[in-house]
Structures are given as structure tokens and as C-alpha cells.
Design a protein around this ligand. Structure first.
Ligand SMILES: [Zn+2]
Length: 559
């Protein structure tokens, strides 16, 4: 239908994206439909193009305009959510490319004993928590006897007095020891006749009775008595972790290791539209899907495998022995033949393989296996289109960096690991190997795609800490402010890119996620301060998330 001279085809409607105005049959201008969300008086920062404007408008979940405050004015209508950012910064929504949502959710349901200055304070905090959480086992985390005057391990008696018949298990800050009360030991069937299991130790007093402290693999003797989480527990855990993640400014978490029960819960939450956060899943190898699964906020097309352990417990597989333990080269967790079989199965099903590798021997095993599969299956060594990832890439032999490029792999790394491990890592692996440790600068120089995360709850899920660590290689909490590791620090642009475009690429979404660009999905993290243009890297630590926008909707603060 051709409208009469000078008439508009439609009046401005909320659900019509735009409508043309015709003069004598020629389209001359366009009245835009209103935006659902507008941010102005801001620094709009794209990790590729840099600062691209002061205002941004969103409609139908996508970015429709980036420009000046005047450019977005005509899109503001009564129903538009308008944010004056007051000079803050708008980033593409930040990802955590390697986290563990359910573990974060469960940690939130445990008594937080971090920083307790005495055994009495630890017990008092646990008892306080128990009062507020009436049912079942009392679980706690993060006590550290090194903060107490006598620096001795606690015993179960003080805890018994506060908890009575309710079983309690409080885990030490490093996760390598736990304190059980008498009720917990009774339920677990542990007593004076119980022997140390391999790789663990039960601390006993002079009379031979367990004191309540269980070291390393002995923790399992108590943990096995704790009921396994049910579906409702998992659902609650994911929802709590989602809330924390959105509040920290994350729009997407790459969840590194989903079992079948996790997948079922996430599928249900996604179906019921209870996910606001995007979750890019990696299935555990024994729970790998038959094919990739796309959803609204939850996708599953990746598989998580493990090559070795971790550096802190000397479980990372090293080519040469540990510098502080000359008989030990760490542990491979998978045999090369089995790994090649797994990788081949992933390639057959079109799944992305993401393999945990910390030590230089662990990383080499992964590189060798990926190369073997590429050659056998595709007759080439380079398959960048598969986007297979190495998770952590923490210590890499000098000769192996170029192989990541050659094979077409993605390095998925966690900047805060460098600053957390900093105090002891050089002693553990020596200065020479430190050259290839936490070396994200080397990956960038070789143009190897880099995705950043935190491995939460091993580290904090707060991306500001990761940004600061990448920019400085320093620990914000340390008094001497010493720089860790010999590698180069990253620029702000490189750092933000690894948390946004890099992570989006690692999730096959570089064409719709991770940029502030017209027609990209409106995932935004908005901070109250423009730390990206601040010469002091500490500025990021003082910036606060004021909005987390996912798919154009305000996800934090919760509406
Ligand atoms: Zn992890």
C-alpha cells in the first residue's frame, strides 16, 4: 500500500522496529522505534576499536546505535530504561572462560571461616552459621591455623561443644585438610582403628584417637558420609552462583565440567527461562553429548578432559622433576592412547575439546594427542576451525608455544593463578621454567587466541581481580607489591579483549558476542568509573559494577 503524500506508514509503536516516512513515494527519512535500554554520559569501550562513543541504545536484545548522547535521544521513550553512567565505562559483557558454577553455589552455603583469628573465632562463626541454616551437615570453608597464635591444628572438642549431635566438617583454606566433629566421625565410621588411606593422613592424639583433622585423601573418609547433592540442591546452587556472577559483572561463564545431573538441571532452568546468565558448558568426558546442543542461555558443544593435576600439590606433570622435590615429576591423569580415543570421539561428534593441562609435560601430551588426531582424521596438523582449547596452559616448554599456533588452538588462561601462585611457584619449578609460566604475553605475540577466566571458586569470580593481575602481574593484597613472574604484562585493550572477544571466540560466538558494535547482542558490563583510561591500574579495583545487561535485559541489579 502506498501512503498518501506526506503521510507516515505507521505511528510510532513500541513493537515496530522502524517505519519509513514517504514524500511523494520516495523514502526520505525514518522514525526509529524506541529503545528498550539506553546508556548515556558514558565511555563506550570496544576492545577492538577502543572508545567509540558516549552513548549506546539497545532494542530487541541487540545494540542498535553507538554514538553521542544526541544520537540516542530520539530513541528514548517513556518505556525506555535510561541510565546516566555519570562518566563510567561500558564494556562488552565480561566472560569468565573457565569457572565452576555449582562449586561456587555450594561454597555460598558453607560457613565462611576465612580470616578467623583463633580456633575460638572459627568455632563461633561456624556455630553462628549453624543457627541460620537449620538442616543437615554443617559445612565450612577456609580456616587457616597459620593465622592463630599457636599455629597448631584445631581439634574436634571445641567444635563438638558448639555443634552437639549435628555433624560438621570444616575445610582448610587450601582444601587440603578438614576438621570433623565427633558426630561427623561417628557417621563416617572413623575411629582409633581406622588406618591412613593412600595419599592421606588421619591426625591422632597421644592416646591414638583421631583429633578430627584429616589431611588430603583422608578427607574422603569423612566426605563420603555427606549426602550427595540432589536435584533441588543443584538447582539452588546454580541459581545462587548465577546471582553472584551477574553481580560481579559477568554475562557468561564457561562452566568447566558438567556431569549428566548438571546438564539436566541447566536444561530445565533454561527451558523455564530462569537463566539470565549465559552458560557455555563443557561436559565431562563420561557425560559428553551425542551432538552439540544450542539453547537460549545454555549451550553445550564442548567436552572437558584432564591431562594432569595442579602445581600447588605437585600434581602437574612436568618434563623434569620439581625444583623443590627432585624425585617428583607430577602425575598424568590420562594415558595417551585413551586421550587420543577421546579426542577422536569428540572430532567425530563435532564437539570442541577443552583439556586441562598445567605442567609442561601435561601440555605436551595434549599438543601431541591433538596433532595425532588432526593428522589421522583430517590429514593435516592445523584445524583452527575446531577451536580446540587448552585450559590453563600454565607451564609451557619454550618449544611448544609455536605448536599452539600451528595446531590452531585456543589458550584458556586465568590471570589470578599467576598472582596466587606467585609466592611459591618459582621455588617449585625454578626460574628457567618460570619463563614459560603464566605466559599469556607469549600467546598474544604469536597471535594465538586467548580467553581469560578465573577457575572460580579456586580463585575469586570477580573479574576485576583478573584484569588487575593481567595488567600488573601483582597481587593487590600483598604488602610488598612484588611483581610475579618474568612474563610481560598485558595492555588494557589486550586484557579486556581476552575477557570478551577472546572468550566469545572460544565459544564460537565472535560474530554476535563480545563487541560493542551495531547488531551485536546487547551484553554489557557497566562500571561507575572509567578505569580503562586511568593510568593507575588499581583504578579497576575501585570501580563498581552498576549494571549487568544480558541480551538487552537488566540482569543486575535484579529487576
Ligand atoms: Zn577448573
Amino acid at each position: 500500500m502506498k501512503p498518501a503524500f506526506g503521510a507516515a506508514i505507521c505511528s510510532v509503536g513500541l513493537f515496530i522496529s522502524s517505519c519509513a516516512v514517504y514524500f511523494g513515494g520516495n523514502e526520505v527519512t525514518s522514525i526509529p522505534a524506541p529503545a528498550t535500554f539506553v546508556v548515556r554520559n558514558a565511555n563506550i569501550y570496544d576492545p577492538v576499536d577502543g572508545r567509540v562513543g558516549t552513548a549506546l541504545a539497545v532494542r530487541d536484545g541487540k545494540i542498535v546505535i553507538i554514538g553521542s548522547d544526541a544520537d540516542v535521544q530520539s530513541l528514548i521513550q517513556p518505556r525506555t530504561h535510561v541510565l546516566n553512567a555519570d562518566g563510567g565505562v561500558v564494556l562488552p559483557g565480561l566472560h569468565d572462560a573457565h569457572g565452576h558454577l555449582l562449586n561456587l553455589g555450594f561454597e555460598l552455603e558453607r560457613a565462611d571461616l576465612r580470616g578467623a583469628k583463633s580456633e575460638a573465632e572459627m568455632v563461633a562463626r561456624a556455630a553462628e552459621f549453624a543457627k541460620k541454616h537449620a538442616d543437615g551437615w554443617l559445612l565450612g570453608r577456609a580456616w587457616d591455623q597459620n593465622l592463630w597464635i599457636h599455629k597448631q591444628f584445631p581439634t574436634h572438642s571445641a567444635l563438638d561443644a558448639a555443634t552437639g549431635a549435628r555433624p560438621a566438617f570444616l575445610v582448610r583454606v587450601d582444601g587440603h585438610a578438614g576438621l570433623a566433629n565427633a558426630a561427623a566421625m561417628k557417621l563416617a565410621g572413623v575411629g582409633r582403628s581406622t588406618q591412613d588411606p593412600p595419599g592421606g593422613r588421619i591426625i591422632k592424639d597421644e592416646s591414638g584417637e583421631p583429633t578430627g583433622v584429616f589431611i588430603d585423601d583422608a578427607m574422603g573418609l569423612v566426605a563420603r558420609a555427606i549426602p550427595a547433592p540432589g536435584r533441588a540442591d543443584r538447582t539452588r546452587g546454580y541459581l545462587n552462583a548465577q546471582k553472584e556472577s551477574l553481580a560481579a559483572g559477568l554475562v557468561c561463564v564457561h562452566d568447566a565440567g558438567l556431569g549428566i545431573a548438571d546438564q539436566e538441571v541447566l536444561e530445565e532452568l533454561d527451558r523455564e527461562h530462569k537463566l539470565k546468565l549465559r552458560i557455555y558448558g563443557m561436559a565431562l568426558a563420561d557425560a559428553a553429548p551425542a551432538a552439540a546442543r544450542a539453547g537460549d542461555r545454555y549451550e553445550l558443544r564442548a567436552v572437558k578432559a584432564y591431562a594432569d593435576g595442579a602445581l600447588g600439590s605437585r600434581g602437574a606433570a612436568m618434563l623434569e622433576p620439581y625444583s623443590d622435590d627432585p624425585a617428583n615429576r607430577g602425575l598424568l591423569l590420562i594415558e595417551s592412547g585413551d586421550f587420543i580415543k577421546l579426542a577422536t570421539a569428540c572430532a567425530d561428534r563435532g564437539l570442541q575439546l577443552c583439556t586441562h593441562a598445567i605442567g609442561d609435560r601435561g601440555n605436551r601430551l595434549v599438543l601431541d594427542a591433538y596433532e595425532t588426531v588432526f593428522k589421522q582424521k583430517f590429514g593435516t596438523v592445523s584445524r583452527p576451525d575446531l577451536r580446540w582449547r587448552v585450559e590453563h596452559c600454565q607451564v609451557v616448554a619454550p618449544a611448544d608455544f609455536a605448536r599452539f599456533k600451528q595446531l590452531g588452538l585456543i589458550a584458556s588462561m586465568q590471570p589470578t593463578h599467576a598472582t596466587s601462585d606467585g609466592p611459591w611457584a618459582p621455588a617449585r619449578i625454578g626460574n628457567q621454567r618460570m619463563e614459560g609460566a603464566y605466559a599469556w604475553g607469549k600467546f598474544i605475540e604469536l597471535n594465538i587466541p586467548l580467553a581469560f577466566g578465573s577457575d572460580f571458586p579456586v580463585e575469586s569470580h570477580d573479574p576485576r581481580l583478573g584484569i588487575y593481575a593481567a595488567l600488573t602481574l601483582r597481587d593487590p593484597g600483598s604488602n610488598d607489591n612484588k611483581r610475579f613472574g618474568p612474563g610481560r604484562t598485558l595492555t588494557m585493550k589486550e586484557t579486556i579483549a581476552a575477557f570478551t572477544t577472546g572468550a566469545a571466540f572460544a565459544a564460537f560466538h565472535e560474530n554476535d558476542w563480545g563487541r560493542l558494535k551495531k547488531d551485536f547482542v546487547a551484553d554489557l558490563t557497566i562500571f561507575d568509573k572509567n578505569f580503562v583510561d586511568d593510568s593507575d591500574p588499581r583504578a579497576v579495583l575501585n570501580a563498581k559494577v552498576i549494571r549487568t545487561i544480558v541480551g538487552g535485559e537488566v540482569a543486575y541489579p535484579a529487576p
